[in-house]
Design a protein around this ligand. Structure first.
Ligand code: FMN
Length: 314
């Protein structure tokens, strides 16, 4: 055995770089009760015979159930199903009342609105450290046209809209960023003095003051935009809002017209734009939810927000 010391935080950070989909793995307990948990450890294994796997933590509340059942279904969530992922990743009561489901061909709950589902019989269970690998044999499956939900570095990502979103960035688009650093988010002083998320008319370049990059550059912050966070049309104005998650490249010095406000001090209602308010509310909610989001490691030892921290600070 190697005596190299592995820092679990560093390991989580490294593993979080692997982009996955998001699934909810379901079964029926021996008394028929539906059970399920959110999992991104799903992997396809073999086509002949058709095998897949998912890893369940021994600490999961439903671990005992998955130890005794004869199969499970894998629901591959669609990009509109972040809330479903949240429900099955937290101790929400009556989880199955929050989804429309029916029994799949092998008798395990399959959801509506998924990108695909696979219903499996239990092929083998393999002990693996603090998890057990559940290898399933696919007995039936269905693929839908929904774009899948993605997951990377503790946050949900979507793929389907990204290209359209960038292409649509024009006069009527509002391109914004949520830049997190040390448990705080970057807020600008809006035109009326109230707080606002940094936004521009396009992504642009630092030299264009109307662009998001230009707006950020004016504050003196060296930032980098990462994943697309949301794309939606604002009711009333009809503006297309495209928000990215960002990180900072170096410790911020004194900022012009902007400041980092700690999450617990943000007065979300004070933001004038309803788009900003809904963005921030969702971001804060998903940030909390993401504490459950990395299935390796110990939830209690603290969550690392890799995109939001500078190197050496994770
Ligand atoms: C995106 C995401 C992926 C997850 N992947 C897994 C996983 O692969 N295996 C696992 O055991 N838990 C995983 N979890 C955590 C479980 O969903 C969470 O612990 C859940 O509460 C377990 O439900 P239970 O306690 O009813 O079993 C994941 C959570 C999220 C948000």
């Amino acid at each position: 055995m190697s005596d190299v010391r592995i820092d679990p935080r560093e390991l989580r950070h490294a593993l979080g770089a692997f982009v996955t989909g998001v699934t909810v793995v379901t079964t029926r307990d021996t008394d028929g009760t539906p059970r399920g948990f959110t999992a991104n450890s799903f992997t396809s294994v073999s086509l002949d015979p058709p095998l897949v796997l998912v890893c369940i933590a021994k600490s999961a509340g439903s671990f005992d159930v998955f130890e005794r059942v004869d199969g499970y279904a894998v629901n591959i969530l669609g990009e509109d199903q972040r809330d479903v992922s949240g429900v099955f990743a937290t101790d929400t009561p009556n989880r199955f009342e929050k989804v429309i489901w029916s029994d799949g061909p092998a008798g395990h709950p399959v959801f509506e609105g998924t990108a695909a589902w696979l219903d499996c019989s239990m092929h083998e269970r393999v002990e693996a450290g603090d998890h057990v690998i559940l290898i399933g044999r696919v007995e039936g499956f269905h693929a839908h046209s929904e774009a899948p939900l993605g997951y990377c570095r503790g946050a949900y990502v979507t793929f389907g809209l990204e290209q359209d979103a960038v292409a649509a960035g024009g006069r009527d688009a509002r391109i914004g960023a949520i830049i997190e650093h040390n448990e705080a988010v970057l807020l600008m002083e809006g035109p009326d003095g109230g707080p606002a998320l940094p936004t521009g008319q396009c992504l642009g370049e630092a030299k264009d003051p109307q662009s998001l990059h230009g707006v950020l550059a004016k504050t003196g912050l060296k930032s980098e935009l990462g994943f697309l966070f949301a794309v939606f049309e604002e009711q009333g104005t009809g503006h297309l809002n495209i928000f990215y998650r960002g990180t900072i490249e170096e410790e911020p010095g004194s900022l012009k017209g902007a400041r980092f406000v700690p999450f617990d001090k943000i007065d979300v209602d004070a933001l004038r734009s309803s788009a900003d308010r809904s963005m921030l509310r969702r971001y804060i909610a998903e940030r909390t939810e993401a504490q459950f989001g990395i299935y390796v490691g110990d939830e209690k030892s603290g969550y690392v927000h890799p995109l939001a921290t500078t190197k050496g600070n994770t």
